[in-house]
Write a protein that binds this ligand. Structure first.
Ligand code: NAG
Ligand code: CU
Length: 507
């Protein structure tokens, strides 16, 4: 018997090997919010991990296409612990989070916004919550801390911050090529609603882009030939917070009205939700509901972020279940009506919580009697220091050379030199390690098998399946493997005066 299959257009959602790293998701008090949920990241799976192409780009705010919000906003409580996760392979957290050759500082910024979904993120209003560069006592950069903490960057929100919508923006700056004009920023934005009755606001804010530039000490630092303890992190100081004056600004946002998880969300994938299909009590209704299910599934795949389609696969099991019931002539359904299929989330131990180096977060204004301000002042120093543990984990230098740089699919906009001879380096002092890594990634193109009769048609005969309207059906089950070959790793085009260069990590 032939099986009819529907080949979903899966290219857009098929996971591929990625370069560098990308902020894919976040945790609130250790609770995972879900891959891509309420997270602005580049939607392009093949380049999602690329550093921001220019420091002057709007992409500096919330990454590529980050001026456009996603549909979800996650609630966080006053003083919550926010944890941002990076992945080199956005759909696979078991793989390396960031190649060890990336050395540099990190930071977390916030921007108070009227709408976490509609705010473009670009422009003024950003303030720094945390930063960390290099720790001379341990000879480790912030990137080392994140890499050794399973790709997790955790900071506490200062207590007493004014409630409402925020964009929360983690940032990593990799300096391995900064001395040749190529500082590599990685960023993304979490859309959050802070439930707080606090009144603290930053004294000053900065514009992103604009807060860092090329040819500044923080962005052209030579990590190889300079005393790294001399490094100063980019951007403003960690913001001083002050109680908002009663007369200034707009009314406080006290309850979340946008971006909540839709009622009846049975399966989540990124910001997509699968909703229960129509109930039915006859055959045509059964098949109509199966089609309804697959139609939602198509949207799931087409909207899947680079983190992949695990939820879409889960959703497919529901659709298959309906179909199986139709085939078994069980025309009362849907089966397991209203059952939430998304696995229950469990809080994790996020490991190291970053402490602000060189100062507290909150500078509570003098004489304030409000409990909130006092409390904020007392709890202003986030988390624990980490240098002792870090020192013990420090790698022997002999182990450093073993890690090859990971794959970087050449970007369409960046023509690839045809031979390594075409590359030249602006700094010839150190031979750059050849990124000879070739990589391939296999990803199945998803195949759905359906055996529908057309809605309203006569009972299905064995072998007599009909392709539903609007679907492309093939006559056999086909599993296509997409293979992406990456022959060499190149950075994306950065600046007019910097040619494409090999993504070298001096080791
Ligand atoms: C940094 O560490 C090195 C080696 O331990 C030491 O010689 C140097 O004095 C330190 N620099 C600073 C500024 O503490
Ligand atoms: Cu990189």
């Amino acid at each position: 018997m032939k099986t009819q299959s529907i080949l979903l257009a899966a290219l857009a959602s098929a996971p591929v090997a990625l370069a560098h790293t990308v902020f894919t998701d976040f945790y609130v008090d250790g609770m995972p919010q879900g891959d891509g949920v309420a997270m602005r990241m580049s939607p392009h799976a093949d380049t999602a991990g690329s550093p921001i192409a220019s420091l002057d780009s709007d992409d500096m705010a919330c990454n590529v296409e980050g001026t456009k919000g996603v549909s979800r906003v996650q609630s966080v409580s006053d003083g919550a612990l926010l944890t941002f996760e990076i992945r080199s392979w956005p759909d696979d957290p078991t793989k390396e989070r960031l190649d060890r050759g990336h050395k540099g500082p990190c930071a977390v910024y916030l921007k108070k916004v009227t709408s976490a979904i509609n705010d473009k993120g670009v422009g003024d209003g950003w303030f720094k919550l945390f930063d960390h560069g290099y720790n001379n006592a341990t000879d480790r950069w912030c990137t080392d801390e994140i890499i050794d903490n399973n790709g997790l960057l955790s900071v506490n929100l200062p207590k007493g911050l004014e409630g409402g919508y925020y964009l929360a923006r983690p940032e990593i700056l990799a300096l391995h090529a900064a001395n040749s004009g190529d500082p590599q920023f990685y960023t993304g934005c979490a859309q959050i609603f802070l439930e707080s009755s606090g009144s603290l606001v930053p004294e000053e804010t900065v514009s992103i882009p604009g807060y860092v530039e090329y040819n500044q000490p923080a962005t052209d630092f030579d990590i190889y030939n300079t005393d790294n303890s001399k490094y100063t992190v980019p951007g403003p100081s960690v913001a001083k917070l002050t109680a908002k004056s009663a007369t200034s600004g707009s009314a406080a946002q006290t309850s979340q009205t946008e971006g909540k998880k839709p009622d009846g969300c049975l399966v989540e994938n990124g910001n997509w939700c699968g909703l229960e299909v129509s109930s039915y009590s006859d055959e045509s209704g059964c098949w109509a509901s199966a089609e309804e299910c697959w139609t939602q599934g198509k949207v799931c795949w087409s909207s899947a972020p680079p983190t992949g389609g695990a939820g879409c696969e889960l959703w497919q099991t529901k659709c298959t279940g309906i179909q199986d019931a139709c085939n078994a002539k069980n025309f009362n359904g849907p089966p397991n009506k209203g059952k939430v299929l998304t696995p229950a989330k469990k809080a994790i131990d996020v490991g190291e919580i970053m402490a602000t180096v060189g100062g507290g977060v909150v500078d509570a204004p003098a004489p304030k009697t409000s409990a909130t301000s006092k409390e904020a002042a007392q709890t202003s120093t986030p988390a624990k220091a980490t240098s002792a543990a870090a020192a013990e984990e420090k790698e022997p230098s002999s182990s450093k050379a073993a890690t090859p740089a990971k794959t970087t699919p050449a970007e369409a906009a960046a023509p690839k030199p045809t031979s390594s001879a075409a590359d030249s380096y602006e700094t010839g002092t150190e031979p750059e390690k050849e990124d000879a890594t070739s990589a391939a990634s296999s990803a199945p193109v998803y195949t759905i098998t359906v055996k529908p009769s057309a809605p309203g048609a006569a009972p299905t005969q064995a072998g007599g399946q009909v392709c539903p309207k609007g679907w492309k059906c093939v006559t056999e089950t086909v599993v296509v493997t997409q293979t992406v070959y990456v022959t060499a790793a190149y950075d994306s085009y950065k600046r007019s005066n910097v040619r494409h260069r090999r993504h070298g990590h001096r080791q």
